[in-house]
Ligand binder design. Structure first.
Ligand SMILES: [Zn+2]
Length: 473
């Protein structure tokens, strides 16, 4: 099976050829853990989880690395706001991140490196760049010298001259050139810091990903993925510093997902339309969100609307109801001797079409339309009053195909969030109201009974300034 992927580096759809036969070394930029991830952040984790799982379906041995940026200006700001340690913020939101992706049916990566646990590796990489003359010290900061990398801009397609014309040096920055970027930031009062040959400080964001990806996947690896917004400067800078340090190509295939809008508008703090994954999960289950994202090609922009989510919800329940009915019928009528071993038409063609759509740069919309066509055809057989042995055999094979497909799409078996379906959400909100009334009447024992009872059932209540919020364990 030939798998084609659109490579941002060459701007072409290319046949995927792994560096090592049957192996895929795959890195995806993870979150900066300073708050709950928003719904746009969820897209790369879902679509590249599907790609990773599809590689496994094709019998590749995949090493999947997803990092956590656990030291960053935003984490420090949040810690200062809340008057707590940065590690407390990072730990809390790293845990929340894993809860969220689990709810979305995303499997954990093989390796989840954290920046703060890899400072030695990062320092060694910066030292390498300084030794080779690609970086320079300015006070106790260290910067990458962009002018030293001839092909800077090759990933984003930006030209150095154009970038220079538009760039400005911020006041107080000590770098030589506005495009140079920081590798090591010197310590500022009240910030966490690590010792380095250049004085105490902390790593810049870009160098973390180069250090952690190469540590686990080698100097050159197969796939690096992330959101389209990371191409410049983050991924461009990763290419520059990695290739200067090793003298070897960094990544073979760069994959980027399109960005998400909400009701036609870019998600932004100024508009105030930032929606977290957990907010959406209160109304729609994780498998509905997966369906919503997979109904669009991963490279296209996607617009999140209530109507779009409802359409995904009805597709999701059609699939699940079909699967439940199919299993119920087959469990009642187990065939001891399966006569039919070849999937009959039209199922065979539909399945083949589904797989070749997946192999064509992860065309999940076409794959899903084939899947639903299989469901429609199988429903014709299912709805019969009586079933012949041949029909049962066909349905048994169809079930096998659906399950095999679901191993990479994750629309049925990976549903973790029935708890957050509409009715449950309403009931929990109702219980929270009753608990408030009990607390107002100082009936603490009964109020606590509600909280503890929900907790035992995997629902955590969090009392805060804006009232009581709830979330799943
Ligand atoms: Zn990154």
């Amino acid at each position: 099976m030939t798998l084609k992927l659109f490579n941002s580096l060459t701007r072409k759809k290319e046949t995927f050829i792994p560096i090592e036969e049957s192996k895929v070394r795959f890195y995806i930029c993870g979150p900066t853990v300073y708050g709950y991830i928003h719904i746009g952040n969820a897209r790369p984790f879902i679509v590249f989880d599907v790609l990773r799982s599809f590689f496994e379906y094709l019998k590749y041995d995949v090493t999947y690395v997803l990092n956590l940026t656990d030291i960053d200006d935003r984490i420090i700001n949040r810690a200062n706001q809340e008057g707590v340690d940065t590690s407390e913020i990072a730990t809390k939101y790293a845990r929340a991140f894993f809860e969220d992706i689990r709810a979305l049916g995303v499997r954990p990566a093989d390796i989840h490196p954290k920046a703060t646990e890899n400072v030695d590796t990062i320092i060694a990489l910066i030292k390498n760049l300084l030794d080779k003359g690609f970086a320079y010290k300015a006070g106790s900061d260290v910067f990458f010298n962009v002018a030293k990398f001839d092909t800077y801009g090759k990933l984003s397609g930006k030209k150095l001259e154009d970038l220079r014309a538009g760039a400005r040096v911020a006041v107080n920055e000590s770098k030589n050139n506005p495009l140079d970027f920081v590798l090591w930031k010197s310590r500022k009062p009240g910030e966490p810091a690590w010792d380095s040959p250049w004085g105490s400080g902390r790593p810049g964001w870009h160098i973390e990903c180069s250090a952690m990806s190469m540590k686990h996947l080698g100097h050159t690896f197969d796939i690096h993925a992330g959101g389209h917004d990371l191409i410049f400067p983050h991924h461009e800078n990763e290419v520059a510093q990695s290739e200067c340090a090793t003298g070897e190509p960094f990544v073979r295939y760069w994959l980027h997902n399109g960005l998400l809008q909400i009701d036609g508008e870019k998600m932004s703090k100024s508009i105030g339309n930032i929606l977290t994954v957990r907010e959406v999960l209160k109304k729609f289950s994780g498998s509905v969100l997966r369906m919503f994202f997979l109904q669009k090609h991963y490279r296209s922009p996607i617009d999140l609307t209530e109507a779009g989510l409802q359409a995904a919800e009805s597709a999701s329940s059609r699939l699940k109801i079909f699967y439940d009915k199919l299993c119920a019928l087959l469990d009642k009528n187990t065939l001891t001797d399966l006569k039919l071993s070849v999937l009959p038409e039209p199922f065979a063609s539909l399945k083949a079409g589904l797989i070749s759509a997946m192999a064509d740069d992860l065309n999940t919309p076409t794959a899903l339309s084939n899947l639903f066509e299989m469901v429609r055809e199988a429903n014709k057989l299912l709805s019969k009053e009586e079933h012949s042995v041949e029909e049962l055999a066909t349905l048994t094979l169809v079930r096998h195909e659906i399950e095999e497909t679901d191993a990479f799409l994750g629309l049925i078996s990976r549903d973790q969030t029935d708890l957050s379906s509409g009715l449950v959400s309403e009931l929990v909100t109702f219980l929270i109201e009753i608990r408030q009334e009990l607390r107002a009447k100082r009936e603490w024992a009964l109020a606590d009974k509600i909280r503890d009872g929900l907790n035992e059932r995997g629902i955590i209540l969090e009392d805060g300034g804006k009232g009581t919020e709830w979330r799943l364990h």
